[in-house]
Design a protein around this ligand. Structure first.
Ligand code: 5GP
Ligand code: ZN
Length: 113
């Protein structure tokens, strides 16, 4: 069995607040939200991070962003939203299953985060 937290969430072995799911993608609310809307959008297939993407698996990024566009709409983020992905420890990645943070519901300004 996978020791990956997000694989366990996708498999339903760890509970989550699901907001969206299709064949390729699972999206759920972050347990420690950094904005009024903070959703994690993850591919169902396990890939560690952006650093592990290639021509063979990069389709999952497009699938994630298609889902992000839909979820942003259903969450009412008409004024805008931010998408962040951390790749590697030095970037602050703590869960090594590729994921995109969808953040919104507040004015975030022009700074990095
Ligand atoms: P990272 O730091 O790897 O970019 O982001 C990992 C994110 O996963 C963090 O924002 C953290 O709050 C979230 N997270 C970690 N464990 C869980 C969990 O068990 N459930 C949920 N919903 N979010 C989690
Ligand atoms: Zn995983």
């Amino acid at each position: 069995m996978s020791e990956c937290i997000f694989c366990k969430i996708i498999a339903g072995e760890i509970p989550s607040q699901k907001v969206y799911e299709n064949e390729y993608v699972y999206a759920f609310r972050d347990i420690s939200p950094q904005a009024p809307v903070h959703i994690l959008v993850v591919p169902k297939e396990h890939v560690e991070s952006v650093a592990n993407l290639s021509a063979e698996n990069s389709y999952m990024v497009a699938k994630c962003f298609e889902a992000i566009a839909e979820v942003a709409k259903s969450e009412g983020l008409v004024e805008g939203f931010r998408v962040i992905t951390n790749s590697g420890k030095a970037a602050g990645q703590t869960v090594f299953h590729l994921h995109f943070h969808l953040l919104g519901g507040k004015i975030m300004g022009e700074s990095l985060i």
